[in-house]
Design a protein around this ligand. Structure first.
Ligand code: NAI
Length: 399
């Protein structure tokens, strides 16, 4: 039975799911562990579950030869040395979709609030004003929502937006299947010119750095609003600040910033602070109880499928083999260096041992090869040792 350690107060949905899959040796620890603590705590552990505060370096991994998989119960995986884990035959899983809906709901709420000028009305009412004017307040019905980046979150935003009567257009660098009645925009500038609400859902990084420049912000209608719940670097914040202060844009909602405090002790600094027509939130687009629960279940499910069937679908660093029920008596999981002749030698070893292969699935990713072999007979220890002794073998497990 696999030994599992879950750190950093992972949601109870993870333990519930692992138990329902038959895993009982689960230890839960409330905090992150330092490198030396990981070495001792995980010495004979098969799987570790972490969140963002536990760092798993190449050096730590070298001291954990028994570790078989890592579950990151969050979205990001920067805290793990992914190539080093792959080189040691360890797939790393995360939960990229668990908070999609939470972000999408927030964006719809922000669109409605901004078009009704609620941020300003709210601020003024707090200061004792009673401004009942309808001027500049609009319904979202029939307004054009322009989505930049029509991936998981962008597409979900589009579906929710249509249900409240918005007309959806999107721009993506890749060709995407339009959901509902959404229409692709031919160019980014075309989208910016016609949208009443522009919402950004692109990845971060150098390719999308300052995607919203002074020129592009100037292309938007003066009555339009901008929403960014993607990554802080995507908007030129000084350009946005100038446009908002000069009323060349009606409002904005920002959940992410070029510089974000590391914790709640650090002050949040931004030129947008104090602007009544701007909604500022502390990177909480995906932070809901439901998302945490989903993350627990999603990552636990990936780990359980890996432990039971060798499934590596959605691993972030490893060749992906989809879920295939183990129907034969034995399944051998073989991780090796991706070089010529490995499979030929391996299959010769099976033939020499008189074993008939009933199914075999191979995937490679960069320097790593992963092959799943089903045999309808018990595997002799000598064959397993031979496979483990092959020069290119990184790891060989019998399920
Ligand atoms: P995704 O990878 O599913 O979608 C991104 C889409 O953007 C893809 O369709 C891609 O082709 C497109 N794209 C890439 N470069 C582009 C460009 N220059 N112009 C137009 N389209 C471009 O990602 P997902 O899951 O939808 O996440 C979107 C963003 O939301 C990411 O930046 C992610 O970090 C962020 N996010 C923020 C959260 C929050 O708490 N505020 C929570 C979860 C995700």
């Amino acid at each position: 039975m696999a030994k599992i350690v879950l750190l950093e107060k992972i949601h109870p949905s993870a333990v519930d799911h692992l138990r329902s899959e038959g895993f009982t040796e689960i230890v839960q620890l409330p905090t992150a562990l330092k490198s030396n603590e990981l070495r001792t705590t995980l010495a004979d552990v098969d799987v570790v579950g972490i969140r963002s505060a536990t760092h798993v370096s190449a050096d730590t991994l070298k001291h954990l030869p028994n570790l078989k998989a890592i579950g990151c119960f969050c979205i990001g995986t920067n805290q793990v040395d992914l190539p080093a884990a792959a080189a040691q035959g360890i797939p790393v899983f995360n939960a990229p979709f668990s908070n999609t809906r939470s972000v999408a709901e927030l964006v719809i709420a922000q669109a409605i609030l901004l078009l009704r000028r609620i941020p300003e009305k709210n601020a003024r009412t707090h200061r004792g004003h009673w401004d009942k004017s309808a001027q500049g307040a609009y319904e979202v019905r029939n307004k054009v929502l322009g989505i930049i980046g029509y991936g998981n979150i962008g597409a979900q935003v589009g579906i929710l937006a249509e249900s409240v009567g918005m007309r959806v257009t999107y721009y993506d660098v890749e060709s995407k299947l339009p959901l509902g009645n959404a229409r692709p925009a031919a160019t980014l500038e075309g989208l910016l010119e016609q949208a009443d609400i522009v919402t950004l859902h692109v990845p971060g990084g150098s390719l999308t750095e300052n995607l919203m420049t002074t020129e592009r912000i100037a292309t938007m209608k003066p009555t339009a609003v901008l929403i960014n719940a993607s990554r802080g670097g995507v908007v030129d914040i000084d350009a946005l600040n100038a446009a908002l202060r000069e009323r060349r844009l009606a409002g904005a909602a920002l959940d992410v910033f070029p510089a974000e405090p590391k914790n709640d002790k650090e002050e949040f600094v931004s030129p947008l602070r104090g602007l009544d027509n701007v909604i500022l939130t502390p990177h909480i687009g995906g932070s809901t109880e439901e998302a945490q629960e989903n993350i627990g279940r999603e990552v636990a499910d990936k780990l359980a499928r890996f432990l039971k069937a060798g499934t590596t679908r959605w691993a972030v660093n490893f060749p992906e083999i989809p879920h295939l029920e183990k129907e034969a008596k034995s399944r051998i999981l073989h991780v090796h260096r991706n070089e010529p002749g490995v499979i030929a030698r391996m299959n010769a070893d099976f033939a020499e041992a008189g074993m008939n292969i009933v199914a075999q699935h191979l995937q490679t990713r960069g320097p790593i090869g992963y092959v799943m072999t089903d045999v309808d007979a018990p595997i002799p220890a000598a064959l397993l040792n031979k496979l483990r002794g092959e020069p290119a073998t990184i790891r060989c497990e019998l399920l």
